[in-house]
Design a protein around this ligand. Sequence first.
Ligand code: TXA
Ligand code: MG
Length: 341
Amino acid sequence: MRRNRELPARLQAVTPRVIVVDADRPEKPAISEAVTILRNGRLVAFPTETVYGLGARALDRTAVARIFEAKGRPAAHPIIAHVLDEDGAKKIAATWSDLASQLARAFWPGPLTIVAPKRAEISDELTGGGNSVGIRAPMHPVARALIAALGEPIAAPSANRFQQISPTLAAHVVKSLGDNVDLILDGGPCARGIESTVVSISETNEIHLLRPGSISIEALAKHAKVIYENQNATEGELRASPGMDAKHYAPRARLLIAAREDLAKLAAEKKVGVILQGNSAGFVAFATRVLPGDASGFATALFAALHDLDDLECDLILVEAPPSTDEWIAVRDRLTRASGH
Ligand code: TXA
Ligand code: MG
């Protein structure tokens, strides 16, 4: 059995089965083994360009129910169905608007999830009891090979316990889910590092942004008017997308967001981890992670940095406040949720 090369020795003993695959050309035997597990109604975690997904056959409601069990996730949270392309989407969507088609042509394969009316045969387990289904055609060769070999859509939320930080490495999946997952395909780090942008389309052909993510508002706005109402969603409010709970993506440690000059004062305390943008000029703390100063580079590295600082058992994680421009909206969203506000 092959083991995850990135995994700390202390985790090797408690791991689920992990197969290291070539991220660009996944080996056929590994994909076949994963397909066998999926056909048996079991769970396979796999890399996508955004984060690792916890996959099950989307058309098998018992298998989908197993995802909720493994994640400890409330049943009302819908799960994204992963397909290869628009043809795959049309097999599970009851209707597919011209704008959906335009967005799919512009952003698929890639990190955009389109919420569409569901076909009758799509189970309540997958949709969280609702009438719509979230659909995405991922770009990652391992995800695509798996969907192609299964010949059916794969249901996959992020491969972490409910409300924990999403995994961007196979080791994060092991840490969060342990042997609640039957197999992990380890294709190395996820290139985007932040989840897909989730949109629905209104009858008046506007794009409703349900979750900011890897595809920017600016890119979407080239196709139609973008409406984003969830900016200040708080626990208990009625929301279009249940994944918008205020507390989400949280590390174990308390997390605070502040301007750099304020961070310096707080960082003097005991086990404080600090995440900075661009440089660490003159900064002293228990643990410091310097992430790229641009929004997409920062997004790619953010979850791994949070996982790292949690592993070091920091009492407090301080994050330099990102700029308030639109391109940082997804990062600001995840950080605000991680801070529990
Ligand atoms: O990048 C991603 O989207 C990753 C990878 C694995 O594809 N998946 C992911 O899934 O982040 P999850 O379950 O952690 O988050 C899915 C988000 C949630 O905010 C959920 O509420 C929303 O998509 N969503 C899914 N189906 C929906 C639907 N039918 N209506 C409204 N929102 C939906
Ligand atoms: Mg998630």
